[in-house]
Design a binder for this molecule. Structure first.
Ligand code: ZN
Length: 481
């Protein structure tokens, strides 16, 4: 069975209205893979239609010399042997004072989109388009007032604005978008030169919903439904405190994602933003996370109950214990020489229960040299905890077992290199032991008071938005586990 994941986009903005804007800035985001010629043409047509004062782009060159205006001829200047070439129609094209491009017969304004190639410069791009050198240099000089042309990226789109006058055309402007935040518009100034202006892009943020069954990996399934990996990555981190993505994801599990996407006024995708809501249905476990900004400006993911997904590790994973040996160099009580103590010791009566310091998966369980009976739990991609000298393990606990914070994983003993009953406890970050008492462990925050009220409103709103976008009336009612 394979259910096709779907993507839904909230069309909260008037696309037609957006298309009516005079400026068409072309995105170069990787999500859309660039604008297709058809879309570009449609957008150009829409632009023209909304701007009655602008001449409509000519559908095809009309080879009727009688239509060449006297002004155009005057602008073109006297014929010059180097510049005379046959036009496509066989008629002679007369260009070209230095400021004119050689073009098939055409009148009116044209917006020509060109792309920056590998090793390209703006001058080269303009030269390819036929812009005379003097004009190109003047334009680059103007551009440099607001933007360094060396920052152009391969594949970036540049819009040349051409005013056609018969067989010649004049470059009257250029537009480019250095990044999704801003655009640069160059127009010919009153004195004949060029003037560059920079302005912020009017981006509209909409919510995009995606959902479906998981086939293979979560990344593959969400990717198939149109969720870019870069959207998914922070989400995986948010779930990693409670989900082991190697083991917990099974075929048929389901996901829901609501994420932000910024659009340009013409409806093109500018960039993808953050995930505001996500849900994983993993058989019996149903996990939802909601992004929320607290009053202090901290942004984090919380479960449906308002508890941060960051689960703080227990600092003392054994009941009624006292710290008997700290982290750092010490004289080993049995070996007799100084060496690094890579964890902390908690003295406790033999048989005292030892708790999992956080949610996770048992990665190692068994006898382990000087550690004696040893358990290591992986909590997320970076963090593990280890427990040594146990008398015995909790019954049923095995490699791969999932544990929740506070679950009993074993009992205090004195196995391995140990002088008496105690728990040797280690915290590993990226495979290296750190001091459990000083490491900046993730702090699991629990919302309360006015913030909890605001959070609940946000949760209800996100659920409504997701349901509205996907057309489902089934809103997740399952409590977060
Ligand atoms: Zn120790």
């Amino acid at each position: 069975m394979r259910l096709t994941p779907n993507t839904y986009v909230a069309l909260t903005g008037g696309l037609a209205a957006a298309l009516g804007l005079a400026l068409h800035l072309h995105g170069f985001d990787n999500a859309s893979g660039g604008r297709s010629a058809t879309v570009a043409a449609a957008a150009a047509a829409a632009t023209a239609a909304e701007r009655p004062h602008a001449p409509a782009p000519a559908a095809a060159p009309v080879p009727v010399p009688v239509l060449v205006t006297p002004e155009a001829r005057a602008a073109a200047g006297p014929p010059d042997a180097d510049a005379v070439r046959p036009a496509l129609t066989g008629a002679l094209a007369l260009t070209t004072a230095d400021s004119l491009l050689e073009e098939p017969y055409r009148v009116g304004e044209e917006r020509r989109v060109v792309r920056v190639g590998s090793g390209d410069t703006l001058l080269a791009v303009m030269a390819r388009a036929g812009v005379p050198r003097g004009e190109a240099h003047a334009l680059v000089a103007a551009l440099e007032e607001v933007y360094d042309p060396r920052d152009l990226q391969v594949g970036q789109e540049i819009t040349l604005v051409l005013a056609h006058a018969g067989y010649g055309a004049r470059l009257t402007g250029l537009e480019l978008m250095p990044d999704v935040e801003r655009h640069v518009v160059i127009t010919s100034g009153a004195g004949g030169g060029f003037v560059a202006e920079e302005a912020a892009n009017a981006l509209e943020t909409r919510l995009v919903a995606a959902g479906g069954r998981i086939e293979g990996s979560l990344a593959a399934s969400t990717g198939a439904s149109g969720v870019p990996y870069r959207v998914l990555d922070p989400l995986i981190r948010a779930f990693s405190y409670s989900v082991d993505f190697q083991r917990d994801i099974q075929p048929g599990d389901a996901f829901e994602i609501l994420f932000e996407r910024d659009f340009h006024p013409d409806g093109e995708i500018a960039r993808d933003g953050g995930v505001v809501y996500a849900r994983l249905n993993l058989g019996e476990r149903d996990l939802a996370v909601y992004r929320f900004e607290t009053g202090d400006g901290a942004v984090d993911y919380y479960d449906r109950d308002g508890q941060s997904v960051r689960r703080a590790l227990l600092r003392t994973p054994v009941d009624g214990a006292r710290l008997s040996s700290g982290y750092g160099m010490r004289r080993h009580p049995i070996l007799g020489y100084s060496r690094m103590h890579q964890g902390v010791d908690f003295a406790a009566a033999a048989g005292t229960p030892i708790f999992a310091a956080g949610d996770g998966v048992v990665e190692v369980i068994g006898h382990n040299g000087g550690y004696g009976n040893y358990v290591r739990i992986r909590h997320n991609r970076t963090m593990s905890t280890a427990y040594g000298h146990m008398r015995r393990f909790a019954s049923g606990l095995a490699q791969g077992s999932r544990v929740r914070q506070g679950d009993v994983i074993g009992y205090v003993g004195s196995t391995g290199l140990s002088t008496g009953p105690h728990l040797h406890y280690e915290v590993h970050v990226n495979g290296t032991q750190v001091n459990p008492l000083s490491v900046d462990l993730p702090v699991g925050r629990i919302l309360e008071g006015a913030e909890l009220v605001a959070f609940r409103e946000a949760v209800a709103e996100r659920d409504r938005r997701y349901a509205a976008l996907t057309g489902t009336t089934q809103v997740a009612e399952t409590p977060a586990d």
